[in-house]
Write a new protein. Structure first.
Length: 351
């Protein structure tokens, strides 16, 4: 569904969909927004901000009809109208369940889902917000970005591999869901059976069918796992280009500590990355092709970044790029201990 495959991103995804509280995603690179929109695309997702004139009306409709609602651009404060929704203050009167929004009573639909996202990279939320919502940090990690860029490289260089991999992931997910459904059906049939099991022909037939289908799905999953490992091995051949891209993006990210104007968008960086793939020299030998991609990417990122830098910071940026690339290749030691000094100088002397 578009979420990176590293462990932290998967953990964030699980928290977003399984948490007992509604998620508030810290999402400066808009990974969570794009993933939520793709995930809820078939469920008539409503996207709004607190400043929209029809926000209250759309909130009522979403709760009443069980439509997922995504609120973008959240700042460090939340609209008080959301408080009863975040706290899930559901009132039950007889068979009716409703929630009070201001002076209105809105019927509660169990299918309703609420997502909140903010572009602030380091918001200062109050303890009450942490108590009401599940705050989840979707800031991109180097490993997660490397996986995203690897998908882009493989999708460009070997589109048939990427299509096969995506199809395989969907198939494995569907098969695991089917296996779980069969297990639940089996337990339900056993729980509802009465009398002697051996005399219940319908139950025996269901057990046999479930057993055969479960064996068939298990065999498919084992085959899919072997295929996935083979695809992973082929894709890993392009990892050096993805690794260089991830290193360069985090060099750009650190520049904001030199000057707050030096903020860089992940989506724009990915555009530069794709442009480098197109401009680099083609070669049927993988090692030479990777060398061409890495050289073109490094130069393009440098040229792209220098357009927005003050002249006095260009040498610093070059130095930072050089050291981080060498550090990523394990060609330099102890750089992390001194990087802040090289980047910012001695801040205490300025004071």
């Amino acid at each position: 569904e578009g979420l990176p495959s590293d462990g932290l991103s998967m953990q964030n995804g699980v928290l977003t969909v399984r948490s007992s509280r509604w998620p508030l995603c810290i999402d400066p690179q808009m990974q969570a927004v794009n993933w939520i929109k793709r995930r809820e695309a078939n469920n008539k997702l409503i996207v709004r901000t607190f400043t929209d004139s029809d926000f209250a009306k759309q909130l009522e409709l979403a709760i009443n009809y069980g439509i997922p609602l995504l609120i973008e651009g959240v700042d460090e404060g939340l609209d008080p109208l959301l408080d009863p929704v975040l706290e899930k203050n559901i009132v039950t009167v007889g068979s009716r369940r409703f929630i009070r929004l201001g002076d209105k009573e809105v019927d509660w639909n169990e299918n309703f889902r609420l997502y909140l996202t903010t572009k602030l990279s380091n918001p200062n939320y109050t303890p009450s917000i942490y108590g009401k919502a599940m705050v989840i940090n979707f800031n991109v990690t180097q490993q997660g970005l490397q996986e995203q860029l690897l998908n882009i490289v493989v999708g460009y260089e070997r589109p048939e591999l990427e299509a096969q991999r995506e199809s395989l992931v969907r198939e494995m997910s569907e098969n695991r869901t089917l296996l779980k459904d069969f297990e639940d059906l089996l337990l339900e049939e056993l729980a509802n059976s009465s009398g002697m099991m051996l005399d219940n022909q319908e139950l025996i037939t269901t057990l046999e069918d479930t057993k055969h289908k479960a064996i068939e799905i298990t065999e498919k999953l084992a085959l899919a796992k072997t295929t996935a490992e083979e695809l992973e091995r082929l894709c890993d051949g392009y990892r050096p280009a993805a690794k260089r891209g991830a290193i360069l993006f985090f060099v750009l990210a650190v520049l904001s500590s030199v000057n707050t104007m030096y903020e860089h968008s992940l989506s724009l960086f990915q555009d530069v990355f794709r442009s480098s793939l197109r401009k680099s020299k083609p070669d049927h030998i993988l090692a030479r092709r990777l060398a061409s991609i890495i050289a073109t990417l490094t130069k393009n990122v440098y040229d792209y970044t220098c357009m927005g830098l003050f002249e006095k910071h260009k040498l610093l940026f070059s130095f930072q790029m050089c050291v981080q690339i060498l550090s990523g290749e394990d060609a330099i030691e102890h750089f992390v201990e001194y990087s802040d000094f090289f980047l910012k100088g001695n801040v205490s002397l300025e004071k």
